[in-house]
Design a protein around this ligand. Structure first.
Ligand code: CP
Length: 317
């Protein structure tokens, strides 16, 4: 993988949380916290980076990641270029690398990249100019590092000590880049226990998530959990025949109020979005008092500000 850190150990690209350590992860979370204002308001504006340009290249759909990168960039005073990939010259056969070279020649400083093919962010990062940074906004089923950061920040805001936390992830783990990134972050920060609960078809292989406890039934996985995260069925990454009946799925794996009552009374409920209500989560849970789902979204802006500010400080010390 393309080195994410420069020779001085500063963040240059963000491809994955895999090679982070506690100090680097905590520094990003602290920086994001610094951008947050009290009472859940969005961060204030700053002008240090005025005039720099971020190019959003989303070759897969997105609502919150794309919008929050754009809002975060604007709050940092950056110009934002949102490439409409359907109307771009990619449809005329231009490669993604030539697309990047073209926008680089126009002065882009940061590329925010989402793609369904594994390896694309690292490949692009290995080809851009030394003064340009690549940030993954979701790589196939491999990695979603800014989501992992914002999820961890949200847990840190609600739980005094991540090292004491039991975190339960429910659903389509095997196709989820969110699960991978948040579990990497939780491992780095030393979470007490990570539990995975999924039907056999959605449970990842034994080599993935080596430290997690695996459950086939939801109830024992929820017992005394501090954090409960429901995950969407990633239909776009499976054949039609592999998609389960959603009614039956909800009966077996849906996060209902009755099931949530098995977790600790102060457990928080998370979901990276987009949600499929009545499939992986009941509306009364998604909108209930334990839900921090909208807080996750708000934190996403601060985390993406922190990541972009950090790489700009690396590129232009
Ligand atoms: N969590 C997440 O990646 O959502 P979007 O697909 O809407 O960006």
């Amino acid at each position: 993988m393309q080195e994410q850190f420069d020779a001085e150990g500063r963040l240059r690209h963000l491809i994955s949380l895999e090679h982070f350590d506690d100090e680097r992860l905590t520094a990003l979370l602290d920086k994001a916290t610094g951008y947050l204002r009290p009472a859940g308001e969005l961060p204030a504006h700053e002008s240090r980076f005025a005039g720099r340009t971020v190019a959003n290249l989303f070759f897969e759909p997105s609502t919150r990641t794309r919008a929050s990168f754009e809002l975060a960039a604007k709050r940092l005073g950056l110009h934002v270029l949102n490439l409409d990939v359907r109307m771009s010259s990619r449809s005329k056969g231009e490669s993604i690398l030539d697309t990047v070279y073209t926008l680089e020649a126009m002065g882009s400083d940061i590329f925010v990249l989402r793609d369904s093919e594994p390896g694309v962010p690292a490949f692009i990062a290995s080809h851009v100019e030394p003064h340009v940074s690549v940030l993954s906004a979701g790589e196939a089923d491999v990695s979603h590092p800014t989501q992992g950061l914002l999820d961890t920040l949200t847990i840190r805001q609600h739980k005094q000590d991540i090292a004491n936390c039991v975190v339960t992830l429910i659903g389509d783990i095997s196709h989820s880049r969110v699960a991978r990134s948040v579990c990497q972050a939780l491992a780095i920060l030393g979470a007490r226990q990570v539990r995975l609960v999924a039907p056999p078809a959605f449970m990842p292989g034994e080599d993935a998530y080596p430290h997690a406890e695996r459950f086939s039934e939801i109830e024992p996985a929820l017992r005394d959990a501090d954090v409960v995260m429901a995950l969407r069925i990633q239909r776009e990454r499976m054949s039609q025949a592999s998609i389960p009946d959603t009614g039956e799925y909800f009966k077996q794996y849906g996060l209902t109020a009755e099931r949530l009552a098995l977790a600790r009374p102060d457990a928080i409920v998370m979901h990276p979005g987009p949600m499929n209500r009545g499939v992986e989560i009941a509306s009364e849970v998604a909108d209930g008092p334990q839900s921090v789902i909208r807080r996750q979204v708000c934190n996403g802006v601060a985390v993406r500000m922190a990541v972009m500010a950090t790489v700009l400080e690396t590129l232009h010390p």
